[in-house]
Ligand binder design. Structure first.
Ligand code: GLC
Ligand code: CA
Length: 546
């Protein structure tokens, strides 16, 4: 699967902002890359405070990105190429400009008065009120507790018309829906059916662990220090991953399961461990999401063979036979190139990551530009920042613009992204060498590396459906594993996660005939045995063993 940030993929009408017709125009590229499905981040009408994650109408397309007819054409053209289209469904919150919220905020008695999380707060002079709460005093009242928005500031915003606060996990323009009200679930499920009826293959559910909050509104635990915006740091046990959310997931799965075709439910699930992740599949019952994202493997703090081995093995064995979904890059985190790069071996490290992503037993999710080695291009001046958290948090938090820069297609103007020199975010400085056109002509390019891996993954039974077994499991430097297909043939993979040369022997992999399929180490091209495999720094090696 391939994540597209529509603003940044391809501009078709010269306004400097990517759009749906741009995506349609690039379907042949995606097909040639070898992907099966595209997940588009939100393209619904939105004030774009959070660039689409603040939705003001769930059943339409933002004019910036095109029309419903453009969407229909995109789905149809994708289908011709066997590429499925997945949408991003934001259920935790709407935009404050959504008609539901406008109505809800208008009084305490309107029909939607209880659709969002409203609270009258507590008197500013009552016992236990902190100095922090007092910063948000209105009419003598302060927020009911110490909850802090994930994007900075109090999580409570005052509305004079109701003389009440509403809760927002994210920006104040993103009020949280009240999932304890059954009408909310009905309305949101109706929007999901709206798109299923229009042929989408499934959804990525945004921030889905945050649907519920503690009904008693208990204070979170203070964790010390302050965030980039200066708020006291607090835990999230009362606002994140509450058990009630699983009832919603089961009802969601049951509803979507009635639709023809294989529809898939993906979750944006940052969770503390694999036991929590397993719950999002429905554990042994397999009746919640098919693919909650595993964020342990791809977003580990550092590149470490032991850590990767442990997290991959956990995902393979502790989720009741469900399929893991691995991901190393998305629109919210600095690109893996920079997160894992050491500034010296970055290109080799990018190949290593692609190898792990595409040869383990997983569903693989890539982010646009990952395949060509796009880097994080963080703004250097506050006034250039688009992402609001980058402005309120500057310079501690510079926001997420860096990982959202335009896709680099060619060495030409605006990297082929747009005819308009004023692109919504600047094109990264390295586009003359890092782009699809240039890399398509290079044999050993990162793009070519991805294509080869994806081709192997599709065609080789061992990689496609084979089992996975970790090898050389006490090696702290090199991650090795074998995949074994029904036909008895195996693939062995070894990646050196250090800046020093390493030599491994993998005799446990079985078989004596070894043939290298893919490596970035010239010396391993002719490796013929499973012993004495000499891996240069950060080298990757994929071989067939018979
Ligand atoms: C998710 C999205 C992120 C967004 C947030 C609020 O984490 O990936 O981009 O800002 O939810 O919707
Ligand atoms: Ca919520």
């Amino acid at each position: 699967m391939y994540e597209i940030y529509p603003r940044s993929f391809q501009d078709s009408n010269g306004d400097g902002i990517g759009d749906l017709n741009g995506i349609t125009a690039r379907l042949d590229y995606l097909k040639a890359l070898g992907i099966d499905a595209v997940w588009m981040t939100p393209m619904f009408p939105s004030p774009q405070v959070d660039f689409g994650y603040d939705i003001s109408d769930y059943e339409s397309v933002d004019p910036q990105y095109g029309t419903m007819a453009d969407f229909t054409r995109l789905v149809a053209e994708a289908k011709k190429r066997n590429v499925r289209i997945l949408l991003d469904m934001v259920m935790n919150h709407t935009s404050d400009k959504h008609k539901w919220f406008i109505e809800s905020a208008s009084s305490r008695t309107n029909p939607k008065a209880d659709w969002y999380v409203w609270n009258s707060g507590v008197p500013a002079n009552s016992a236990g009120v902190t100095a922090y709460q007092k910063r948000f005093e209105h009419d003598g009242m302060v927020p009911p507790n110490n909850w802090v928005s994930g994007f900075g500031g109090s999580a409570w915003e005052w509305v004079p018309a109701r003389k009440q606060f509403y809760y927002h996990e994210f920006y104040k323009q993103q009020p949280d829906l009240n999932w304890r009200n059954p009408a909310v679930e009905q309305a949101m499920f109706a929007t999901i059916r709206f798109w299923l009826d229009r042929g989408v293959a499934g959804f990525r559910f945004d921030a889905v662990p945050t649907l519920f909050e503690d009904p008693q509104l208990r204070n979170e635990t203070s964790t010390g220090g302050t965030n980039a915006q200066g708020d006291p740091n607090v835990s999230d046990e009362y606002t994140n991953n509450l058990p009630e959310v699983h009832d919603v997931m089961r009802r969601l799965r049951a509803m979507v399961g009635k639709y023809p075709g294989d529809r898939v439910l993906i979750g944006e699930t940052y969770l503390p461990n694999v036991q929590e992740l397993d719950k999002w599949y429905g554990g042994a019952s397999h009746n919640e999401l098919q693919l909650p994202m595993d964020m342990q493997v791809g977003f580990a703090k550092k590149l470490d063979a032991g850590l990767l081995r442990r997290h991959i093995a956990e995902a393979e064995t502790e989720i009741h036979g469900s399929e893991p979904l691995f991901v190393f890059d998305n629109h919210d985190n600095p690109r893996s190139w920079n997160r894992y790069g050491d500034g010296v071996h970055d290109a080799a490290i990018a190949r290593l990551i692609a190898t792990v992503l595409l040869t383990t037993k997983d569903s693989a999710l890539m982010y646009y530009g990952e395949e060509i080695g796009m880097v994080t291009s963080t703004p250097t001046r506050k006034e250039d920042v688009q992402d609001p958290i980058g402005r309120t948090g500057w310079p501690k938090e510079k926001g997420r613009d860096g990982e959202r820069t335009p896709m680099q297609w060619t060495p030409g103007p605006q990297a082929g992204f747009s005819t308009n020199p004023h692109t919504w975010l600047p094109v990264a400085g390295d586009y003359k060498t890092v782009n699809v056109q240039t890399e398509s002509g290079e044999q050993a390019s990162l793009l070519d590396w991805h294509k080869q891996l994806i081709r192997m993954r599709r065609s080789d039974p061992a990689l496609h459906t084979g089992t996975i077994t970790m090898l050389d499991t006490s090696n702290p430097s090199v991650l090795s594993y074998t995949r074994k297909g029904d036909d008895g043939k195996s693939i062995v993979v070894s990646v050196n996660c250090t800046a020093a040369p390493q030599t491994v022997s993998l005799d446990g992999a079985g078989g004596s005939h070894v043939q290298t399929l893919l490596t970035d180490a010239p010396s391993l091209q002719r490796q013929a045995t499973l012993s004495g495999i000499a891996l240069p720094p950060y080298a990757s090696w994929v071989a067939r063993v018979e």
